[in-house]
Ligand binder design. Structure first.
Ligand code: SF4
Length: 623
């Protein structure tokens, strides 16, 4: 996409705009309300990010005495100094400010510019988060092409088979921004477009920005894998258009804005959340409030005249299931006039694109032409939209606006939860550097009359280094394996539970790699003694809202022993705890104990509570 509007009056945009919500670019331009100040978690991210960056820059300057760090009295001076340094072929330029690109409306300040062996420069950014993740499935991962701080350059980078490169859309779109600026200034390295990220591992992870890796909608109504550069160009140009139209709107309020709020992962930390939130929650609530209904799904609903959860809930579930088969319902219904109402649906094979889809309709008990014509017309119009998740979304909308907080999913007669004689609930707390606390709640259920639980934290308050993290992690691991071995020796069943195994598994694998325990940790992760309670919850229950532990445990009446529990607040508290604040340490241990008690309470509730099924909500929900 290129811009469709006159963007020559749009202020120059930095490397963040393309990766942020498009509505944010619009709100920044029109300022429809007072933006809220960053919360303590966001402020902490900025402060720690800046401190980390300063530390890495200092290390690089020590390791590379020939590097130049750009200083300028103002933006123009910094741009001139950067251009001079690139023209003088410095091998490493820090704190750069690339020449402003007035044609394409870009400004940018990459942390590092690294000279390529073939001439020109590549951008590297320093990020206060991990850039590597333990490799589990190389075929579907980005290879970890790493260079250490002593060499930095792409040409000396080598693959680390133990890890995969983290696929962060935010980081990569920012690198693409700098790449375009280098190209516009005539200083881009020749050959493949590459950019690097230095995360908390303090290694440069190199990314090929021309590799297709982002699945996005295409004009054909299907999806297509696109490169980071393609993705960036689209997103950046879209935002230039948004800002151009917003500027016109300020002068001519009749000019319609290009975007409206759509709920996304960025909302909770966005300065416009207090403005967009009430718009999204008005009435029965915007469809984007539902889990996994993103911008693509939101647009399909809007194109079909459905904008809120009540309208979505009122669609017909059975017709939606027919839509989900991919059958051309509109075409089949148009061709139905040539058949008798009693004709079998399978007899329409001469006009159907796929006999298999007719068989799927038949399996849904849409067995005759009359049955096909009896489908709900509003819902059938989704046919061809590609929205195979429509039946699930209808159920989510019904659950969200239904009377009960929790429902069973369709087909779930009774909620099943794997239990054991000896149960251990596990929850870890981490910062951007690694895990400093593994909290465990052991519950002995061998005597139903005298079930009791005990909390065991494995914690370090020292400055977190990879060595200290491993030491603490190994203490936890050895303890957990001892408990398990004891249970087995006594002829008892054993299970350990976490909530959302993705995070715990990643850190267990990281621990396995650093402590030479990979085989042990992998075996445990794959065993049925390690249970992801989120998966157990999500596969059987539905609320229409998020499934995070804080949300679902609150729905069943669980209360944390601390105020304002949350991962963001725990990171803020950890900074104080690491500095010696005893009350912060107590808060973190109480918070973590709350997490493991919550998973335990959730399991008890799921094992003992009967909730209605979402299919009982078929009738009576209308906008
Ligand atoms: S609150 Fe959400 S929708 Fe609104 S601008 Fe921010 S990220 Fe976008």
């Amino acid at each position: 996409m290129t811009t469709r509007h006159d963007v020559s009056g749009v202020p120059l945009q930095g490397g963040y705009v393309a990766k942020q919500c498009p509505v944010r670019a619009q709100n920044d331009a029109i300022r429809p309300a007072e933006p809220v100040h960053p919360d303590p978690f966001t402020e902490r991210l900025f402060a720690n990010g800046n401190a980390f960056e300063a530390g890495v820059v200092a290390d690089i300057l020590t390791l590379h005495p020939a590097a130049i760090s750009v200083h300028g009295a103002d933006a123009d001076a910094a741009e001139t100094a950067t251009t001079d340094a690139m023209s003088a072929s410095f091998s490493l330029i820090l704190n750069a400010r690339l020449p402003s690109d007035y044609v394409h409306r870009r400004v940018g300040r990459p942390d590092l510019l690294v000279a390529a062996a073939t001439g020109g420069y590549r951008a590297v950014d320093i990020k206060w988060h991990q850039s590597l993740t333990p490799s589990t499935n190389p075929a579907s991962e980005l290879p970890a092409l790493c260079a250490d701080l002593g060499s930095l350059v792409y040409e000396t980078a080598a693959f680390d088979a133990n890890y995969a490169a983290r696929k962060s859309q935010h980081d990569l779109l920012q690198l693409a921004h700098y790449q375009r600026m280098l190209e516009a200034a005539g200083f881009a390295a020749t050959g493949p477009r590459l950019g690097g990220v230095i995360g908390t591992e303090r290694r440069v992870v190199w990314y090929d920005l021309d590799v297709p890796m982002w699945r996005t909608p295409s004009s054909t109504g299907k999806t297509k894998l696109r490169t980071t550069m393609e993705r960036y160009d689209f997103e950046f140009d879209f935002r230039l258009d948004i800002v151009a139209v917003a500027q016109r709107h300020l002068v001519h309020p009749g000019a319609e804005l290009l975007v409206v709020p759509v709920r996304c992962a960025e909302c909770p930390g966005c300065p416009w959340n207090d403005y967009c939130g009430p718009i999204l929650e008005a009435g029965s609530g915007d469809v984007s409030l539902l889990p996994r209904v993103g911008w693509a799904e939101w647009k399909i609903h809007r194109d079909h005249g459905v904008s809120n959860r009540a309208e979505l809930a009122a669609l017909d579930w059975r017709t939606a299931s027919a839509v989900a088969t991919g059958a051309d319902l509109a075409g089949l219904r148009a061709a139905a006039a040539a058949f008798q109402p009693d004709d079998a649906i399978l007899a329409m094979d001469s006009v159907a694109a796929s006999v298999k889809q007719l068989a799927q309709l038949d399996a849904l008990e849409i067995r005759t032409v009359a049955g096909l014509l009896a489908l709900d017309a509003s819902t059938a119009r989704y046919s061809g939209s590609g929205l195979t998740s429509l039946p699930k979304e209808i159920d989510l909308a019904r659950a969200a606006i239904g009377r009960d907080p929790v429902y069973r999913r369709r087909g779930v007669d009774q909620v099943e939860v794997p239990r054991a004689d000896l149960e251990v609930d596990v929850d870890m707390e981490n910062t951007e550097v690694g895990v400093y606390l593994w909290g465990c709640l052991v519950t002995d259920r061998t005597d139903p009359e005298r079930t009791h639980s005990e909390y065991h934290p494995f914690v370090t308050w020292e400055v977190l280094t990879p060595e200290r993290e491993t030491e603490n992690g190994v203490a936890f691991w050895r303890w957990l394996m001892r408990i398990r071995a004891t249970a087995h020796a006594r002829g008892l069943t054993f299970r350990a539970y976490c909530y959302n195994a993705g995070a715990e598994n990643q850190y267990l694998r990281r621990l396995g790699l650093s402590a030479d325990l990979v085989a042990e940790t992998d075996r445990f992760i794959a065993s049925d003694e390690w249970v992801d309670l989120l998966q157990i919850w999500d596969s059987q229950l539905i609320t229409g809202g998020a499934s995070g532990l804080k949300v679902v445990a609150s729905l069943i009446g669980f209360r944390w022993p601390v105020d304002d529990p949350g991962g963001g607040m725990s990171m803020v508290r950890h900074d104080d705890a690491a500095a010696g604040d005893e009350s912060a340490r107590t808060w973190l241990l109480d918070y973590n104990r709350g997490d493991v008690e919550a998973t335990h309470a959730l399991r008890e509730w799921m094992s003992s509570t009967v909730v209605p099924c979402v299919d009982e909500l078929n009738a009576g929900i209308r906008s």
